[in-house]
Write a protein that binds this ligand. Structure first.
Ligand SMILES: CC(=O)N[C@H]1[C@@H](OP(=O)(O)OP(=O)(O)OC[C@H]2O[C@@H](n3ccc(=O)[nH]c3=O)[C@H](O)[C@@H]2O)O[C@H](CO)[C@H](O)[C@@H]1O
Ligand SMILES: [Mn+2]
Length: 285
């Protein structure tokens, strides 16, 4: 059937386009950008976006921000919040109209795991202090990443998670969830929908606040019990999403990895982790 009216035909029979709780899974070909933009443009929304660049990870900022200006929420008001211990090393990037950037000086840590997981409490504070009154949506993005193609308002929803490219299509026993019952992030082998990446979290500020606050509290409990989940806050995020389902799921187009070959169902790579020499950029193994 010719598909000249997208709302009446399915152009992606090769992949699941809804979750089992009927949240959309966003793939190229499943949405009509004209229709989506007509919804969100009239709402005049602001999208807050947090990026953490501590220590040597400041080197990733330039490519991330420049590529975001090309591809991320183009045409919408975007407020980047860059958390760093090295404000002088934040590159000057020419921002488009209605886009702004705030640098927030943050203390670093001597463990990369700690830097990654402490994002939860810092996003919690940022939402409470500022974003809740100023933005309509918020995204948290890993800095060691780059945009390669359009990422727009089709990604917006109340609570948004992204499918981790390495685990897409794998069975749940293969997911690297936290498997020790002593951790608050524990998920038993016979549970779990997807493996979500910690690199992309999004949604309405109040919904994301509930997520980051819950994960921060679970991280605190684990810390008191001297246990750290296998993938730090990503493990806690997966636990949260298991019992608080995302209302929109971003396909691996939104969380790819430069090290991965292009697979047939991948019509486009929108956002991808760049190759990094972990031993060189991280302060510890
Ligand atoms: C693709 C993906 O889903 N990646 C997740 C994964 O590993 P990754 O290997 O992607 O973790 P990573 O090294 O990129 O660290 C996560 C983020 O923490 C920040 N950072 C980290 C170290 C540092 O010295 N300076 C600094 O700024 C930075 O924003 C970075 O993007 O697991 C991590 C937790 O274990 C996070 O959940 C990541 O989001
Ligand atoms: Mn990363």
């Amino acid at each position: 059937m010719a598909c000249n009216q997208p709302s009446v035909c399915n152009r992606r029979p090769d992949v699941a386009t809804t979750s089992s709780w009927l949240a959309p899974i966003v793939w190229e070909g499943t949405f009509d950008l004209k229709v989506i933009n007509a919804i969100y443009k009239q709402q005049n929304i602001t999208v807050a976006t947090t990026v953490f660049a501590l220590g040597k990870y400041v080197r990733f900022l330039k490519d991330l921000l420049e590529s975001a200006e090309q591809h991320f929420m183009v045409g919408y008001r975007v407020h980047y919040y860059v958390f760093t211990d090295l404000p002088d090393e934040v590159p000057t990037v020419v921002l488009g109209e209605r886009r702004q950037l705030t640098v927030i000086k943050t203390a670093s840590s001597n463990r990369w795991q700690e830097i990654s997981l402490r994002r939860m409490e810092m996003i919690e504070k940022l939402i409470e202090d500022e974003v809740i009154n100023k933005a309509d949506y918020i995204f948290s993005l890993d800095v060691d990443s780059k945009f390669y193609a359009h990422w727009g308002a089709e990604s917006l929803g109340d609570l948004v998670g992204a499918l981790h490219s390495w685990f897409f299509g794998k069975s749940r026993e293969q997911f690297t969830y936290e498997r020790r019952p002593e951790s608050q992030a524990f998920i038993p082998l016979d549970e779990g929908d997807y493996y979500y990446g910690g690199a992309v979290i999004g949604g309405r500020p109040d919904k994301v606040l509930k997520l980051v606050k819950t994960c921060r509290m679970q991280l605190d409990v684990d810390r008191a019990n001297k246990i750290e989940a296998v993938w730090q806050e990503e493990s806690h995020l997966n636990k949260y999403f298991l019992y608080n389902k995302p209302t929109k799921v971003l396909s691996p187009e939104y969380l790819w990895d430069d090290l991965q070959g292009k697979l047939r169902f991948m019509k486009v790579v929108r956002f991808s982790q760049v190759v990094k020499n972990k031993a060189e950029v991280r302060s510890n193994p």
